[in-house]
Design a protein around this ligand. Structure first.
Ligand code: ADP
Ligand code: MG
Length: 390
């Protein structure tokens, strides 16, 4: 059964009637532009064909009842008094979204809802943003209200900050709302301007999870963020003008003062600046159908994340090598914050099956006896979230 069918079946089982709508919200993967978002740079995510579905029916009162089919858990809260679940759980996503919408002056109505999803949870494919966007569109549907992007994305981000307690960026919510089949979204994190980029036919993307938990990711992420802030200060002094972010510096300028800058700050800055140009070069290559060039840019991104930004690890490097040894793979790189998690590969559509079967043994071979178990699957660029009446 698909997540869509499960959401409907569970709704009927729990609430004893049919849902009126199912809202379908995609996960996402970022093709290129890693650690650029908080430096006011560029990212290029796609929405993927894995979805979180919210089956729902309006209620005549101010109560929200919601069941999480995948977790076998339920919640109920009044719209008149929404509080955080202090134990910290999935409940904070629906509650946070309802809270933020009402904070912004939209009067909501009660609903019954069931959530079911085939986006792996906590795997870096942003099941959290799918949940926020899916639930927000569901609530807005029954309130007969429309909120445009990027406003709705910002509301969902705020729900994640204030209710889930996760200081996420804005990319995930933007792509969950604005994704389009066969397209990527070029997003400028400085002003949220964005543009859909058509992708060539005949390619697919493979997510290759290393099986390594991202235990270091949170602390190292904070260190990298702080280093980028430091680099801005140092560069501002060396260049003799105020700078707001690394976006205000060109690669040429960095080159001129590179030797005067302390390490590793200068390499952190170099990753961010070169990564921004790789995002722009990659989207251009995709428009032109220049798949080899695009693949090389993915590999260059990985090298920069490994050597300049130092967020890779043995297993991520091994996964890139394993993927690249299979025929039909154009390029690969670590995706997400790093220190474990998954790699992303761009592959020929007709090579997907081979990549999925040949990569795991090669990964194992490279890592030897204690190799963690890898998990691979293909994803395709898909549409953003939609409310579907039944
Ligand atoms: P990611 O966004 O990378 O998948 P996060 O830790 O940001 O990981 O978000 C995962 C959280 O989102 C889960 O712990 C849970 O609270 C919520 N969530 C995601 N998918 C579901 C689901 N299908 N049912 C209930 N809660 C979910
Ligand atoms: Mg998340």
């Amino acid at each position: 059964m698909t997540a869509y069918q499960r959401a409907i079946a569970q709704f009927e089982a729990i609430f004893g009637s049919s849902p009126q709508i199912v809202t379908v919200a995609p996960g996402r993967v970022n093709l290129i532009g890693e650690h650029t978002d908080y430096n006011e740079g560029f990212v290029l995510p796609i929405a993927i064909d894995r979805h979180l579905c919210v089956a729902a029916r309006g209620r005549p009162d101010q109560t929200v009842r919601v069941a999480a089919a995948d977790l076998n858990d339920t919640d109920e809260f009044p719209l008149t008094e929404i509080v955080r679940d202090e134990r910290g759980s999935w409940r904070n996503y629906p509650r946070g979204v309802a809270w933020v919408i009402q904070q912004n002056g939209v009067a909501l109505k009660g609903i019954d809802a069931v959530i079911a999803s085939d986006i792996p949870i906590g795997a870096g494919l942003s099941s959290s943003a799918a949940m926020e966007v899916g639930f927000a569109l569901t609530l807005l549907h029954f309130a007969k209200a429309e909120v445009p992007c990027p406003t709705l994305a910002q509301w969902c981000q705020r729900a994640e900050h204030e209710f889930a307690g996760v200081q996420c960026g804005i990319m995930d919510q933007m792509i969950a709302l604005l994704g389009k089949e066969q397209h990527a979204l070029l997003l400028d994190c400085r002003d949220l301007s964005h543009e859909l980029v058509p992708l060539p036919k005949g390619i697919a993307f493979v997510i290759a999870d290393t099986g390594v938990p991202r235990t270091l990711a949170a602390s190292e992420y904070n260190i990298r963020r702080a280093q980028c802030g430091e680099a801005v200060k140092v560069l501002s002094e060396l260049l003799g003008r105020p700078l707001r972010s690394l976006r205000d510096v060109t690669l040429d300028e960095l080159g001129q003062v590179f030797n005067e800058m302390p390490d590793p700050l200068r390499r952190r800055a170099r990753h961010v600046l070169t990564e921004n140009s790789r995002v722009l070069a990659f989207q251009q290559a995709m428009r032109e159908g220049a798949l080899r060039r695009a693949g090389s840019l993915l590999l260059a991104s990985h090298a920069s994340l490994r050597d300049d930004y130092e967020v890779s690890c043995r297993e991520l490097d091994a996964m890139v090598s394993a993927l690249m040894s299979v025929e039909g793979v154009f390029g690969a790189r670590l995706t997400g914050a790093g220190f474990g998690g998954a790699c992303l590969a761009m592959v020929r559509e007709d090579a997907v099956e081979r990549v999925l079967t040949e990569t795991p043994p090669r990964y194992k071979q490279l890592l030897g006896e204690n190799s963690p178990e890898s998990t691979l699957f293909a994803v395709h660029p898909s549409d953003g979230a939609q409310v579907r009446p039944l």
